[in-house]
Design a protein around this ligand. Structure first.
Ligand SMILES: NC(=O)c1ccc[n+]([C@@H]2O[C@H](COP(=O)([O-])OP(=O)(O)OC[C@H]3O[C@@H](n4cnc5c(N)ncnc54)[C@H](O)[C@@H]3O)[C@@H](O)[C@H]2O)c1
Length: 352
């Protein structure tokens, strides 16, 4: 095998911890450098992983000529500037979701990617879950016929993150839409074959967090500083005539202990449900309904780790990005449209 590619990770205190096992198990890469604005966090993680190169200034990691890949794991608002700087410095970039909170920023990232002729991937780990891979394989065989409607949701009862990186617009760019809406929307559009979104009618709500004593199971009381939504719902029209209904929330009087994440797809030859991975077929000849459980998943590797392994493999072999930035642009265009639709109280056309 040729020389190992060197990876540098920016923002190592949170989700990055789920990426490290992927970088460590990939045969194509070596975890070479880490960066975090918090020196204590940086040194602790670097000591644990025995990574010698540590940078408290992200620009120093990006300028490191030894590195081939930069992994951006900071709060959302830093994704675009850091990824663009890394691409301009000639690195391949994998970046946590959302790729960026606005379509305009993603367009700039795509332009930087194309100019640099490097790979850019959004870390949409749900695509790498064994159940997702198994269902996608069946859908790609056309088992549902033409999918004309989807219902998707990601709902938590009292599951709001409480750190500024998530609840302040200046760091996060939005609330549950931008945080978890991107997961279920990316997964749904991908399962449907990524038809283009053309229009959105949506609404955001802020109700439970304003009530006296409002709390999150994730971190105690909810402070008054929040300036992002707590709930959103949307109806999305797609260019192929299909429609999608979306619901996302961090705070909802819903029957779930942790998180209720589901996707229903309806086609003229069958329906499907994720994550149970059930197919629903009808035989008109025998007048029978059939529910089919998919029993085999292609792998059990932890999906965050697997997304890093697959990105390294794509860079090493010259394959395309496993999650194209264009797909993330569609997702964020829908969410941007949802916010505009809610503010303007009407359906908005998506031209981006
Ligand atoms: N895919 C998933 O399942 C998943 C889960 C959680 C978070 N995320 C995403 O990961 C990103 C980070 O979230 P998190 O939960 O790890 O947050 P976090 O606050 O726990 O960790 C972020 C780290 O980045 C560091 N940091 C902040 N700004 C920085 C900067 N400008 N330069 C360098 N380091 C900086 C912080 O000190 C911290 O160590 C977010 O975009 C979030 O949406 C993804």
């Amino acid at each position: 095998m040729s020389k190992k590619l060197k990876v540098g990770v920016i923002g190592v205190g949170g989700i990055a911890k789920t990426h490290f096992p992927g970088w460590l198990q990939s045969p194509h890469v070596e975890l070479a450098a880490l960066s975090d604005i918090r020196e204590d966090v940086l040194n602790k993680v670097a000591d644990e992983l025995k990574v010698p190169k540590r940078y408290t200034k992200t620009e120093d990691l990006i300028a490191d000529k030894d590195l081939d890949i930069v992994d951006v794991c900071t709060p959302n608002m830093y994704h675009a500037p850091l990824s663009i700087a890394a691409l301009e410095a000639g690195k391949h970039v994998i970046c946590e979701k959302p790729l960026a909170p606005t379509p305009g920023e993603i367009r700039k990232m795509i332009a930087a990617r194309d100019k640099a002729k490097k790979l850019l991937m959004t870390a949409q780990h749900f695509r790498f879950d064994g159940r997702s891979q198994a269902l996608k394989a069946e859908l790609d065989r056309g088992v549902l016929g033409e999918v004309y409607h989807a219902r998707s949701w990601m709902l938590r009862r009292a599951g709001a993150p409480t750190t500024p990186g998530f609840v302040l617009k200046k760091h996060a760019g939005g609330g549950p839409c931008i945080d978890i809406g991107v997961h279920i929307l990316d997964l749904t559009l991908w399962m449907m074959g990524n038809p283009k979104p053309v229009a959105v009618s949506g609404i955001t709500q802020d109700r439970l967090r304003k009530r006296k004593g409002a709390f999150s199971n994730w971190g105690g009381p909810i402070g008054p500083e929040w300036d992002v939504e707590e709930f959103a719902s949307a109806f999305v029209r797609l260019a192929n005539g299909a429609t999608l209904v979306l619901e996302v929330s961090w705070l909802l009087n819903h029957d779930t202990q942790g998180e209720d994440m589901q996707m229903w797809l309806y086609g003229d030859e069958g329906g499907s449900h994720w994550p149970s991975n059930t197919l629903y077929k009808t035989c008109n000849e025998s007048q029978q309904h059939m529910n089919i459980s998919l029993k085999r998943n292609p792998h059990n590797t932890e999906p965050h780790a697997l997304e890093c392994v697959k990105f390294a493999e794509a860079v090493a072999t010259g394959a395309p990005s496993p999650v194209p930035a264009e797909h993330s642009l569609d997702v964020i265009a829908i969410l941007d449209g949802l916010y505009r639709s809610s503010a303007e109280n009407r359906e908005v056309k998506l031209e981006y």
